[in-house]
Design a protein around this ligand. Structure first.
Ligand code: 26W
Length: 835
């Protein structure tokens, strides 16, 4: 059984003063545990459960409800403070919030660890298995959704008056299982059990008016044009607890329901099915998260989800603004709205609609307020991921918004004509409307034109955005373009996920790093301290064996904690090049098969990640990794030396276990394609060394730690772009014997003896169709970097030195730094402390 500590060791004297703590939370002498404590009462009153027969799930619910009770006073007080102070508020609009679990995080942030441990002991509750009862809130696909969750943590911790707005999907990111090596998907019914964190507020529901209705027909969702309808958005609020527990902000998730719950007339006349049909159709709107993080294909339901998020959130924040302010002119001084990618970009016409039709402002004033309130973050350069919605859908569903888009575009056209006279094609390239067969609205252009700020998420990404993807728009509005390099919260990703390392760090430099991650640079001189190096190494060793233990109990798989843990965890995508990593393993395997006596440190290669259900090639890559793992496992020559594992169902709580245990982090995207990456930062903070390409934020990480402490390789973004015209993967196949041997082995069905030709599509991608993501160009340099890395590993002292220097250089990648930059450079928002 794992001995992993969930609650951190850093309990200060202040935290241990339990009664003072409870007073701080406004709880007076209320007891958490014991007779008549919060926990017992929740068991009794919420679940009507006898304390002796209660199951572990109910224990979890009662514990979580007790923690919520403790924070509820602060939650109320936070909102009251904001109402009284009337500061400028920040609204983060996102289709995704990949929250993961909340209980251990909230306990940590509230400083309740001693209290909870005490309560667990008194009630004979096994805390670790209790924590396992909480399902991950998987309301996101990957990086963009997890970033939103890290941002919420930093916004609260920096005491910013902020709120997240998203959708309450009934089904989050699908669960992944593997059968015969292939990915299968199951619905993620995360709300099967009551969720102790959510507070549903039907009293604050908002209406969303559409110019169509819809019905479910044979399982599909159909629009009924011309028949106007109204939906209800019901708020589901979740507390966002600051580190230290002072501020408790709100994440408000909307669920859709029919406005007239169901038609009683029809119901009483016996037409049960019809009476319920509207309700069902309406509720299907927020039923499920779209699991595709790379293409915005024509799904009208996704379009409706986006509008629904925008309409509910803007109605809600405008209502809040109106309660505290009389003058519309102050709107943009009181409200900052950040659009997380273009998914909520309909905010531009929707806010205009409110200001024109409901506030009755003139166009110029409405436009000024809209632009000043809105700001847009871009997260991807992949052309297939840039959203474009059929104009026809706007017309059928929200015609008034379309009318406003036309008017924005007409004025924009005049502006462009004035500035660049006579160039018709220039305007066609920046226009909000794509002409041609089916006319479409370009959501990125809409977001850029309708806001005052457009940012990318790492230096290189912001640069490429400005100079290539939307070059003409950046020429027209240069002052709007800026960079905000991503960050991650050190509370969840270091303090909570890696208590052993957190403890070592705190012992050395005190605990101020938890709020001010730049403090980690004080570890730099300690790289030369033998004692410190030993405890650092000890912490890594501990995380590795805990992971190995957990894996064994959980899945029966056995890994050797004395081997090098080499990880790549992220969505499966061609551009992220899990295939390149797998080719590296095949090459190493070939070396061992050829010369079984060569020296090679034992290595375990971990892969984890989900493929979009319709992305066939990504699914084939998963299959390949699994077959590779199977073949290697069955080969006595490499037993104990090489091992490959594909960990199923990658999610936040799996990342929290694997990342602290990893020695090597693979960040190997084709340069110019990964906007930022954020797992790269989590690995760095947890003392892994990075082997990677010069892409996304990895470039800045190497700058911070020093390139000597990184293993960079491969084509740069410039080289990728300029080599495209003449790049030939065949050249590498013909001139590099090891590359050729690896590919020949794959295509000889060595890894697919019972499934001949199953990997032929890999040949197509890598050779026949030109290897768009340039795997073969980077394969040899990858192995050279790998060799350098292994040489270092053979000198353990030098290895640990470099891992320390990496941790010491990771301070920049706290989401606190990122959020401070957003607050001062984009939002002009100030902290609003509670009490
Ligand atoms: C249209 C469907 C769709 C859904 C989500 C398209 C694209 C997305 C996201 C933009 C995908 C995403 O998560 N992008 C990642 O965002 C992270 C946070 O900024 C970056 O660190 C990653 O590099 C980027 O791939």
């Amino acid at each position: 059984m794992s001995t992993r500590r969930i609650v951190p060791m850093e309990t200060t004297a202040e935290q241990q003063d339990v009664s003072r703590l409870l007073k701080q939370y406004g709880c007076g002498p209320i007891q958490f545990a014991g007779t008549d404590g919060l926990y017992d009462r929740h068991l009794l009153f919420d679940n009507v459960k006898d304390l002796d027969t209660v199951g572990v799930r109910q224990q979890y619910e009662a514990f979580a409800r007790s923690v919520r009770d403790v924070l509820s006073q602060r939650w109320l007080l936070t909102e009251k403070t904001y109402e009284r102070e009337n500061p400028k508020r920040v609204y983060y609009l996102s289709m995704e919030f990949l929250l993961g679990r909340s209980l251990a995080n909230n306990v940590m942030n509230l400083g309740l660890d001693p209290l909870v441990s005490q309560a667990a002991k008194q009630n004979k509750v096994d805390l670790l298995s209790l924590l396992e009862q909480e399902p991950d809130a998987g309301l996101g696909n990957g990086g963009l959704g997890r970033l939103a969750a890290c941002f919420l943590d930093s916004l609260a911790t920096l005491q910013l008056p902020a709120m997240g707005y998203g959708l309450q999907y009934e089904y989050g990111m699908f669960k992944q299982s593997i059968e015969d090596g292939w990915q299968h998907e199951q619905g993620d019914n995360w709300l099967r059990h009551p969720d102790p964190w959510e507070v549903i507020r039907p009293g604050e529901a908002v209406e969303v008016k559409l110019n169509c209705s819809f019905r479910l027909h044979g399982g599909t969702f159909q629009l009924v044009r011309g028949q106007a309808s109204t939906l209800l958005g019901i708020p589901h609020d979740r507390p966002v607890v600051a580190y230290g527990g002072n501020t408790v902000n709100t994440l408000r998730l909307w669920s859709a329901s029919a406005s007239n719950y169901f038609d009683f007339q029809e119901f009483s006349s016996g037409a049960f099915a019809e009476a319920l049909a509207d309700t069902l159709a309406a509720e299907s709107l927020t039923r499920v998260l779209y699991p595709d993080d790379s293409t915005s294909e024509g799904q009208v339901l996704r379009f409706l989800q986006e509008y629904f998020l925008v309409a509910c959130s803007l109605a809600d924040l405008v209502r809040r603004f109106r309660r505290a302010n009389t003058e519309w002119v102050t709107f943009a001084d009181k409200v900052a709205i950040q659009l997380n990618d273009t998914h909520p970009a309909m905010s531009v016409p929707e806010l205009m609609r409110i200001l024109l039709d409901e506030a009755h402002l003139g166009w110029d004033q409405a436009w000024d307020l809209t632009q000043r309130a809105l700001a847009y973050t871009n997260h991807t350069l992949l052309p297939e991921a840039l959203e474009k919605w059929p104009l026809d859908w706007f017309e059928a569903i929200i015609p008034r918004n379309l009318e406003i888009i036309f008017e924005i575009n007409r004025r924009f056209h005049l502006d462009v004509q004035g500035r660049i006279p006579g160039d018709r094609q220039y305007f066609e390239r920046v226009s909000l409307i794509e002409e041609g067969g089916q006319r479409k609205i370009r959501m990125a252009n809409l977001a850029i034109v309708g806001s005052h700020s457009t940012n990318g998420v790492a230096g290189i990404h912001s640069e490429l955005l400005r100079t290539t993807t939307v070059r003409e728009l950046a020429e027209l509005f240069p002052e709007r373009f800026n960079n905000k390099t991503n960050g991650v919260t050190p509370r969840r990703w270091l303090l909570l996920a890696n208590p052993a390392l957190a403890h070592v760090i705190t012992e050395a430099i005190g605990n101020t790093w938890i709020r001010d991650l730049d403090q980690l640079k004080r570890l730099k001189p300690l790289a030369e301290d033998k004692g410190f190096r030993d405890s650092f190494q000890e912490a890594k060793r501990k995380a590795k064996s805990q992971f190995a233990d957990w894996l064994k109990t959980q899945s029966g798989q056995v890994v050797d904690p004395d081997s090098i843990f080499d990880s790549q965890v992220k969505r499966i995508h061609e551009y992220k090049r899990q295939l390149l990593n797998a080719l590296r393993v095949v090459l190493l395997y070939n070396r061992l098969r050829e010369k079984p006596d060569i020296e090679m440190e034992p290595r375990t290669f971990f892969f984890a990640g989900k493929a979009a259900p319709a992305y066939q090639l990504a699914k084939l890559i998963i299959k390949f990794i699994n077959n590779l793992a199977g073949t290697i496992d069955g080969d006595p020559i490499v037993r104990g030396r090489l091992k490959v594992l594909f960990l199923t169902d990658y999610c936040v709580s799996l990342a929290e276990r694997l990342i602290p245990a990893s020695d090597v982090s693979n960040q190997i995207s084709t340069a110019g394609y990964e906007a930022s990456g954020t797992s790269n930062m989590k690995f760095m903070m947890n003392g892994a060394l990075t082997i990677g390409t010069r892409d996304g934020a990895t470039i800045e990480m190497a700058e911070e730690a020093g390139e000597d402490n990184f293993f960079l390789f491969g084509l740069t973004a410039d080289q990728v772009a300029s080599n495209r015209a003449w790049y030939s993967p065949y050249w590498h196949y013909e001139h590099e014997p090891e590359t050729r041997a690896a590919l020949d082995l794959i295509f000889s069905d060595y890894f697919s003896r019972n499934e001949p030709h199953v990997f032929e599509p890999l040949r197509d991608v890598l050779l026949t169709h030109g290897d768009f993501y340039m795997h073969l160009a980077d394969l040899k340099p990858y192995l050279e970097a790998d060799r350098r890395m292994m040489d270092l590993y053979a000198r353990p002292d030098d290895w640990v030195r470099k891992t320390i220097l990496n941790v010491a250089g990771s301070g920049k990648f706290s989401s606190d730094r990122t959020i401070r930059e957003y607050a001062s450079e984009i939002w002009n928002a100030k902290p609003c402390p509670v009490e």
